[in-house]
Design a binder for this molecule. Structure first.
Ligand SMILES: [Zn+2]
Length: 282
């Protein structure tokens, strides 16, 4: 599932390429992904409207529109935003373009002035599209904890000291901190040398400091490399993100740790597979 680095990558790609473009037509191939308003109103509120700005909050993408409304896109499990370009004007988009299964998983196609088409693909249909007057008032948004990059170390430290929960599920709790999921929680904890089963409250001052530093560092580096394509995630160009080759533990069960050669273990934690090095992470 796309996490903060993947969604931020798509945001930055969109910003560069579709800011200022006008949506001329919206083709809905499967209305299941449209949560609000009803289909007809959804289409009407998007046609002949210019995309002014792209924002991100946690794993949510927000398109600010010229009619003062906002289109929000939640990719969830298998959602993708991929641009089909009519003219090959952007070499970066044309080279290496992969389009799994053509446009067959396109659920909504946004036709842009000039001929390009922005597809919302979603194989499993868990994605959510909305047009709203104020995205900040969405219930989901109001339940979110702070963004990792907005947190000071002082705040983070205090937040941790109030929690008895195990550290890994806590990092993934969107109400605690937003944007981190299973993959990056595992990578951050490896970097900080902290066992995922430890309680948040029980971390030493030095461990909390390492955790904060790794959280910023891992997320920043993942964004720099366009995120991790371990499942359906691709960039706006259809290209895969490049960060998976830097993974230290995620998806590496029974492979030797890059630091100490101990085999990476996978345990179940709250229904999710958790990868870690039993030697490096104490
Ligand atoms: Zn190790």
């Amino acid at each position: 599932m796309p996490e903060l680095p993947e969604v931020e990558t798509i945001k930055q790609d969109l910003q560069k390429i579709i800011t200022g473009k006008k949506i001329i037509k919206v083709c809905v191939h499967n209305p299941k992904v449209i949560r609000e308003p009803a289909l007809k109103a959804f289409k009407k509120s998007l046609e002949d409207v210019t995309i002014k700005r792209i924002l991100r909050r946690a794993k949510l993408l927000i398109f600010e529109l010229s009619n003062s409304l906002f289109l929000t896109v939640h990719l969830k499990m298998t959602g993708q935003l991929v641009l089909r370009q009519k003219l090959s004007t952007n070499p970066e988009l044309v080279e290496g373009l992969v389009y799994p299964g053509g446009a067959k998983n396109s659920r909504v196609a946004f036709h842009l002035a000039g001929g390009d088409i922005l597809d919302f693909n979603d194989q499993r249909l868990f994605g959510e599209l909305r047009v709203v007057g104020d995205w900040k008032k969405l219930k989901f948004v109001q339940s979110l904890g702070p963004e990792p990059f907005d947190l000071t170390y002082f705040d983070f430290r205090n937040m941790l000291s109030k929690k008895k929960t195990k550290i890994k599920p806590l990092l993934m709790d969107q109400g605690f901190i937003s944007g981190i999921g299973n993959l990056y929680a595992a990578e951050i904890l490896f970097g900080a040398k902290i066992n995922p089963e430890r309680s948040a409250q029980g971390l030493t001052e030095a461990e909390k400091a390492r955790l904060y530093k790794e959280m910023q560092g891992v997320l920043t580096s993942a964004i720099k490399h366009g995120g991790s394509s371990v499942d359906d995630y691709v960039r706006l160009s259809g290209k895969r993100g490049d960060y998976a080759r830097f993974h230290q533990v995620y998806g590496r069960i029974n492979e030797p740790c890059f630091v100490c050669k101990t085999l990476i273990q996978r345990i179940a934690q709250g229904g999710r597979g958790t990868y870690f090095c039993p030697q490096c992470q104490r």
